[in-house]
Write a protein that binds this ligand. Structure first.
Ligand SMILES: Nc1ncnc2c1ncn2[C@@H]1O[C@H](COP(=O)(O)OP(=O)(O)OP(=O)(O)O)[C@@H](O)[C@H]1O
Ligand SMILES: [Mg+2]
Length: 313
């Protein structure tokens, strides 16, 4: 997936319809979705491979391949020339998004691709310590492939961290950790969530459906909730930001969390690293990639307060 930004100025209304005219000045492309997570991980000095489907015949596909190469992300991508690279195009003026246009034709990519994906995984079995399933529900990660990857990883003692989508979480059973955002929790439990109490309630409902000891819920500018099975939960505040650029904030969170987990930090410490990484990413305007040195600087200078609560369950 590619994020495309078209920057320009608006100074008049279109004579043909009551809409603004954007005078486009420049175009900027960045990797999106799982490719964004992969680039974030390499910026945090974690050796990273990406597996997915690549449409290398089109311009965004070529861009993606080139960017991943330059970032040092090893690609185990299955080339699928028949499809088109998903592009989320954002029309921007004065740091405001005017419109987003999605170019996507998501369809389940079928069993043979899934088989190829599992064959690729076997090739890298010996030097894989953690897998992130960045599920954007765009067609590559079929339910069956998710189930197969989790079972494969479990058999080999490899951790699986999932950024989930949809309302069926049975396919994620056996994963090490799930990091839904607030909307994803609401969708999963089929309820509207109006406040923190309802979010905690819904989070515990979801946690009960999984086999996990804990659930991490990202909650935008409110930060993160870490719910533990025994009813103890924690609120970790987000870093403050006056003009946040929230695109890909969840990707940055999971990258920082992974940095913590792969350094064998505890869950709360890993979540703090997620908050730092996401906080740095949302503060950036053009490049969205925090560096390890920036995180180390925050660790040394920014005090962090975690609040602990208890819920009768
Ligand atoms: N407005 C903000 N100000 C400060 N930090 C933010 C803001 N929005 C997001 N974050 C940080 O990023 C983390 C992840 O954000 P969020 O819950 O919005 O993820 P998401 O909805 O999955 O994002 P994505 O759009 O990438 O899917 C938050 O827990 C927080 O630490
Ligand atoms: Mg997300």
């Amino acid at each position: 997936m590619v994020d495309e930004y078209i920057y320009g100025t608006v100074s008049r209304i279109c004579p043909e319809a009551p809409v603004a005219v954007l005078k486009a000045m420049k175009k900027h492309l960045l990797p999106g979705g799982a490719a964004n997570v992969a680039c974030l991980l390499t910026c945090l000095s974690l050796p990273t491979r990406i597996m997915g489907c690549l449409h290398s015949n089109d311009y965004p596909g070529k861009f993606l391949q080139g960017f991943l190469n330059k970032s040092g992300v090893e690609q185990l991508c299955i080339n699928y020339p028949a499809g088109e690279t998903i592009v989320k195009q954002r029309l921007m003026s004065q740091n405001q998004m005017l419109l987003r246009i999605d170019y996507e034709n998501c369809q389940n990519l079928g069993d043979s691709l899934s088989q190829q994906a599992m064959a690729y995984l076997s090739q890298v079995e010996n030097d894989t310590s953690l897998i992130i399933l960045s599920d954007y529900a765009k067609g590559f990660l079929s339910d069956q492939l998710v189930t197969n990857i989790i079972a494969w990883s479990r058999n080999r003692g490899i951790s699986v961290v999932v950024d989930p989508k949809g309302n069926d979480y049975t396919k994620y059973l056996g994963a090490t950790l799930l990091t839904p955002n607030r909307n994803e929790v609401a969708l999963a439990v089929g309820k509207r969530i109006n406040n923190l109490e309802e979010l905690v309630e819904a989070g515990y409902q979801l946690l009960k459906r999984t086999e996990n000891q804990a659930l991490i819920i990202t909650n935008g500018a409110e930060g993160v909730l870490v719910l533990e099975r025994d009813g103890v939960f924690y609120h970790l505040p987000a870093l403050s930001c006056s003009h946040p650029n929230v695109i890909g904030a969840g990707d940055a969170f999971i990258a920082g969390l992974t940095l913590g987990i792969s350094s064998e930090a505890g869950l709360l410490e890993a979540a703090c690293l997620g908050i730092y990484t996401a906080g740095l990413a949302v503060r950036k305007t053009v490049s969205r990639y925090p560096l390890l040195s920036e995180i180390v600087y925050l660790l040394k200078t920014q005090p962090f307060t975690i609040k602990q609560y208890f819920k009768v369950i």
